[in-house]
Design a binder for this molecule. Structure first.
Ligand SMILES: C[S@@+](CC[C@H](N)C(=O)[O-])C[C@H]1O[C@@H](n2cnc3c(N)ncnc32)[C@H](O)[C@@H]1O
Length: 296
């Protein structure tokens, strides 16, 4: 099929529709990006242009299925095991011991550590977190681990559940981890079952308030390299959802180059091992944004 050009009007309609549905905001110069990503969809459902496509995804009875394909097409899924090791070190040496300590007291009956990888792409991030927790001796000694891994793209969730990876995904993985947590089969490196069993996957749209309200009591949320695709309003909405999903004093880890600066005062920046991590502030003490060192 000949490549279809997208008019400015179609681009704006599609851009606004994508933003409304999932918070991803495409800049003015992203027409070629959308053309590239959606040409395959026009061919797959046999449509001759983008106006028809917009109508189809909005109003056709099969539009809901196509919306899933649209999400698959417009998301950027770059990731790797052990990405941004400084933040993972902060999790291992600061956040995780802090959460364990908080839950360890004699009057505490909750012995489940709840971690959420929100926007987990093909699974490298949640499996990395599971490996770090396994190294810390979890889920032994009466503690349970619940790692929720979610994404809006069904396609990446499929790969995540298969849990078989090539060299590129493992470019930041040391020999020790490779030996300990992977099985090198014919088709690539498979994540060992004891790590896979620590992670459950779900399709969750972070912009969808109805879906988000079911997630509560998280100790730590990793949402790295996801909010960069949103504008400030959409970020605020998602960060507000995270606030409600976190337990009291819970932590939010955003990407290394991302920040909540000027977005919210409901989280305070905390310096953990020279990484800025955000901690949920109790509702009645929401105040300034001074970065404090974490005291454990
Ligand atoms: C660049 S990847 C980041 C993966 C991983 N967190 C990391 O840092 O390596 C961004 C992921 O966010 C997902 N995403 C984008 N918008 C989303 C939304 N509204 N709800 C849920 N996931 C979303 C994309 O599908 C993609 O897999």
């Amino acid at each position: 099929m000949e490549k279809q050009r997208m008019s400015r009007e179609s681009f704006i309609q599609l851009r606004d529709f994508i933003y409304e549905k999932c918070g991803i905001y495409l800049q003015e110069n992203k027409t070629y990006f959308l053309e590239d990503r959606l040409q395959r969809r026009l061919e797959a459902i046999n449509l001759s242009g983008y106006d028809e496509y917009i109508y189809f995804v909005r109003y056709d009875p099969k539009g809901a299925d196509e919306l899933r394909e649209l999400f698959n097409s417009v998301t950027t899924n770059e990731t790797s095991f052990f990405r941004d090791s400084g933040q993972l070190e902060a999790f291992r040496t600061g956040i995780l011991p802090g959460v364990l300590e908080k839950k360890r007291g004699p009057d505490r009956v909750d012995r489940t550590i709840r971690v959420w990888s929100a926007g987990c792409s093909t699974g490298e991030e949640p499996y990395t977190l599971a490996m770090i927790m396994a190294e810390a001796g979890l889920p032994l000694n009466g503690w349970k681990v619940d790692i929720l891994a979610s994404d809006i793209s069904e396609q990446v969730l499929g790969s995540a559940k298969r849990a078989v990876y090539g060299q590129y995904a493992l470019r930041n993985t040391g020999e020790n981890h490779l030996k300990r947590y992977f099985v090198n089969g014919g088709g690539g490196y498979g994540v060992r079952p004891e790590i896979r069993d620590m992670v459950r996957f779900a399709n969750i749209n972070l912009s969808d308030s109805a879906q988000m309200k079911f997630i509560r009591g998280m100790d730590v949320i990793f949402c790295r390299n996801v909010l960069i695709y949103f504008d400030d309003n959409a970020k605020r909405k998602v960060v507000g959802h995270f606030y409600d999903s976190l337990a009291e004093g819970g932590f939010l880890v955003v990407g290394f180059s991302e920040s909540l600066f000027n977005l919210t005062r409901a989280f305070r920046p905390v310096d953990v091992n020279r990484c800025v991590i955000y901690q949920k502030v109790q509702a009645n003490t929401v105040g300034g944004g001074v970065c404090v060192k974490m005291s454990l």
